[in-house]
Design a protein around this ligand. Sequence first.
Ligand code: FES
Length: 163
Amino acid sequence: MTSPHMSRSDFVKLATTFIASIMSAVIGFPAVGYLLSPAMHKFEKSEWIPLGKLENYPLGIPTRFNFTRTTINGWEKTVNSYGVFVLRQTDQQVRVFSNICTHLGCRVSWQSDLQHYVSPCHNGHFDIVGNVVSGPPPRPLDEFEIKVENGNLHLRYPPFRRG
Ligand code: FES
């Protein structure tokens, strides 16, 4: 017949297993959450970014505008900076392009003498409305949805893919 009382060594084993289980849960659940969170947040949050008065952008000249976005993920705060080119084609027609090259993500700049956006990394060229002219980029520059309210231009982040 077995004793109804637990031996000292059985108690130590049980207590050690219990404490180890609690510690695994405390450490493991946040770690699993951290690893899975990128998959859970597949889509970036959409938001409207103000770019100021539309009339301040010259006609026919791609004009650089920079903005930052701050994202807070738990204890982590991240500030990212973005650059776009605003192309005001007529008084009311405007398009806004990302400055990120669609090849490997280098930042393009507007070269007015060539009338091209040029990527410095592998000499990718895009025309004034972001279409590929030459080089390795596989598709046009990404573009932003825009709206004009009371004369103020806004873009919707993130940009959409073309081509
Ligand atoms: S990153 Fe722009 S051409 Fe390669």
